[in-house]
Design a protein around this ligand. Structure first.
Ligand code: URA
Length: 238
């Protein structure tokens, strides 16, 4: 593991802002291998040395990966003035720099990956990679073959580029609504709602089921989360 500045390390581990952490060091609250650190720029290897704050060992974690079942009413951001954020739901997180990988609308539910691994996020969100995302939706009216063909052919939703081919499958219908599954391989703003809007339909409910190799655990209730397994992390990185 590389040598890290002690103030950066403690900030990343959620001990406060850089200036708060510098103050902790100045007050003699931080030690490395039993010796009080006097300079916040001191470098150390967290795998080889033990760092303590007020005598309590700090467990260093470089990356965290969580599968969250996002409930409606939470914003996919790290900070917001109006609504609670998805990151606030990860109450057991060690690090202070987690963020959601991509965005689900305020009223959309389902799978959201929350991590601090920027390289993985970049990979999953890159428009060139066409990572498939599966959604379930309840929409107005009876979805028919023309809707399915329109999704498959790509459509003009008012963006410079038409949407890429998307798979639309009807799961069930009643007299007024359809329950469907949609697979898209890109992530334009409000994409599914806008695609249905072009077809004259309104999305009444939207839930993401999967993103690439990662599928929402059906044991996770809305608002619950769990760490990804080593295998899930490896598959996402592949
Ligand atoms: N498409 C939408 O319209 N909203 C989402 O949250 C995700 C995909």
């Amino acid at each position: 593991m590389a040598m890290l500045r002690i103030d950066k390390l403690l900030t990343e581990m959620g001990f406060g802002s850089r200036s708060q952490v510098k103050q902790m060091v100045a007050r003699g609250r931080v030690s490395v291998d039993g010796t009080v650190v006097s300079r916040p720029e001191t470098k150390m290897d967290p795998e080889l040395s033990e760092i303590t704050v007020d005598g309590m060992p700090v467990v260093y974690t470089q990356y965290e990966y969580y599968m969250l079942h996002k409930p409606a009413g939470y914003v996919s951001a790290t900070q917001d003035n109006c609504y609670p954020t998805v990151v606030e739901l990860i109450t057991g997180a060690v690090r202070g720099d987690l963020f959601p990988v991509g965005r689900l609308d305020l009223d959309t539910e389902g799978l959201l990956l929350v991590t601090n691994d920027g390289a993985l996020a970049h990979k999953l969100l890159s428009p060139k990679r066409h990572v498939p995302k599966v959604y379930q939706a309840r929409v107005t009216g009876i979805v028919d073959g023309e809707d399915i063909a329109a999704f498959q052919n790509g459509m003009d939703i008012g963006e410079p580029e038409w949407t890429l081919p998307a798979t639309l499958r009807v799961i069930s219908t009643d007299e007024t609504e359809s329950f469907v599954e949609v697979v898209i391989t890109e992530g334009k703003y409000h994409q599914i709602k806008r695609m249905f809007a072009v077809r004259g339909r309104e999305v009444l409910y939207l839930k993401r089921i999967s993103m690439g190799s990662l599928t929402l655990d059906d044991t996770l209730k809305k608002g619950e989360y769990r760490p990804l397994s080593g295998q899930e992390i490896a598959e996402l990185k592949r």
